[in-house]
Design a protein around this ligand. Structure first.
Ligand code: NMX
Ligand code: MLT
Length: 441
């Protein structure tokens, strides 16, 4: 076994024993009550999942294994001369549960480099799609094509013992993460750069190599990719992409199938696609007023128009957060450091001034503050990546780190198939009349 796999195995064996003891000693403890409204309204606030890799606090935002984003920026190893964390380090932290040394991070980088080969049939499958196919569709199709490589699927067909599931999921996850930058860059170059592909550079880190293969050699862009891939990686277990990957994985669908399912969820405009929607929305505003930097009043009018047309303001609101997303703040800090005068970035900051009071005034929006997607596109545009339909693919490459490390934990801990109880409105009515029960076993 490799060093990381050994460490993961030792850690997950220990946590597995802890969980057995917890269930034995406290399994009957009640952790909450569920109201009918919660069942009808997106299960908001129902604690129903275990996800070891990160935890979201409504006020403070995300913590990865207890560390906030500024703490990660200080503590995780960096690229030579870089100041942003290497996502390899965050992956190690989420998977193993401990902060990595520089040597650990270099080890992850070299393992992923070794495993990064993408078979030709995956490129051929992408090429079979019309070039104008949305990049997220191309991304999911490519992941599905890559499923031919799943060790889990092959071993399961041969009758793998359930004790070994985690091992095959671990290897598939490492392979898949290693291959995603090549696939993402291929889709980008195919769709936007006339199919002129760029070969990987084996000397670069995972995110730096992604930037290189997309055709961005600016050190600032490479740093942005390292930050971007770190902050988008995980947002505890209940968000659509994480929950879907976990749910599909619980049927023992292999990591390729599970991750592709999660990516179909990320492609929704209320989830990861919001990053493209934000930039599209700002471009439409600019076009409407015929100016590059709209005034506060023009932004306010545009927000009201958006709402009056029955649309959401993209990049604002959250199902759990009740304050400005620290991922937004981290990107704002990056913007101040690298591009304080950029007109689009300044517009994002002006929108941050204008939107919250308007959303608050509606009286129904639970969180009027910006989320991660309100900022990410403007930073990419600054470096020339104007093709906003591609942005969610970058989110997806990063999200693989969180959801696949979680999937390794799911199998190592032997979590069962996920199957909550559902009810019908007829049954609810009967129950209210005292004629039926709505709870399962
Ligand atoms: N603009 C307009 N209305 C909003 C917004 C917004 N940004 N956010 C919430 N609302 C509305 C929401 O549509 C609902 O209206 P109605 O009762 O008429 O159906 C009402 O406010 C209550 O919703 P909440 O409970 O505040 O939000 P919920 O938890 O249901 O949804 C989001 C969370 C994130 C889906 C929602 O805030 C939203 O649609 N935001 C815009 C899209 C977006 O930025 N998504 C990205 C999220 C981050 N990510 O990467 O996944
Ligand atoms: C995420 O990063 O997954 C989003 O902020 C959505 C969520 O947490 O619900």
């Amino acid at each position: 076994m490799g060093i990381i796999k050994d460490r993961f195995k030792a850690k997950s064996d220990q946590i597995g024993l802890d969980i057995k003891a917890l269930i034995k000693d406290h399994g009957n403890k009640k952790i909450g009550e569920v109201t009918l409204a919660q069942v009808y309204q997106g299960m908001r606030g129902i604690t129903g999942l275990v996800s070891e890799t990160s935890l979201l606090d409504a006020q403070d935002g995300i913590r990865f294994r207890g560390y906030s984003i500024p703490e990660l920026q200080a503590k995780l190893p960096k690229a030579p001369n870089g100041s942003e964390p290497l996502p390899e380090g965050l992956f190690y932290l989420m998977l193993v549960g401990d902060l990595p040394s520089e040597e650990d991070v270099n080890h992850v980088t070299s393992v992923w480099q070794r495993r990064s080969h993408v078979p030709n049939h995956v490129f051929a499958t992408i090429e079979a799609l019309p070039v104008n196919t949305h990049p997220m569709t191309q991304f999911v199709v490519a992941i599905m094509a890559l499923q031919t490589e799943s060790q889990f699927q092959k071993n399961y067909a041969k009758g793998m013992n359930k004790k070994d599931y985690w091992d095959a999921v671990f290897d598939d996850s490492m392979d898949l993460i290693a291959r995603l930058p090549r696939i993402a860059a291929y889709i980008y170059r195919r769709k936007y750069k006339g199919g002129e592909h760029i070969q990987p550079n084996g000397l670069l880190d995972w995110a730096g190599n992604l930037a290189h293969m997309m055709g961005y050699e600016d050190e600032g862009f490479k740093e942005l990719m390292r930050l971007y891939m770190t902050i988008h990686a995980d947002h505890e277990g209940g968000n659509v992409s994480a929950h879907t990957t976990h749910l599909v994985g619980s049927a023992l669908s292999d990591p390729y199938l599970s991750f592709a399912a999660g990516m179909n969820g990320l492609a929704g405009p209320l989830h990861g696609l919001a990053n493209q929607e934000v930039v599209k929305w700002i471009y439409e505003l600019r076009e409407q007023i015929g100016a590059e930097v709209p005034s506060k009043q023009q932004i306010e009018e545009y927000v009201k128009k958006t709402l009056s047309e029955g649309k959401v303001v993209p990049g604002y609101g959250h199902a759990v957060l009740r304050k400005t997303d620290p991922r937004f703040t981290a990107q704002m800090e990056f913007g101040k450091k690298h591009m304080a005068d950029d007109p689009l970035v300044n517009t994002v900051w002006n929108i941050y001034d204008a939107v919250p009071p308007i959303l608050q005034s509606l009286g129904k929006v639970k969180n009027p503050w910006p989320n991660v997607d309100a900022h990410s596109g403007a930073l990419l545009v600054h470096y020339g990546m104007v093709e906003y339909e591609f942005y969610t693919v970058l989110f997806g490459v990063s999200r693989a780190l969180g959801v696949l490390s979680s999937l390794c934990w799911d199998r190592a801990l032997g979590f069962p198939i996920e199957r909550p109880k559902s009810i019908t409105t007829d049954l609810v009515k009967l129950w209210l009349e005292g004629k039926g029960e709505i709870w399962g076993d």
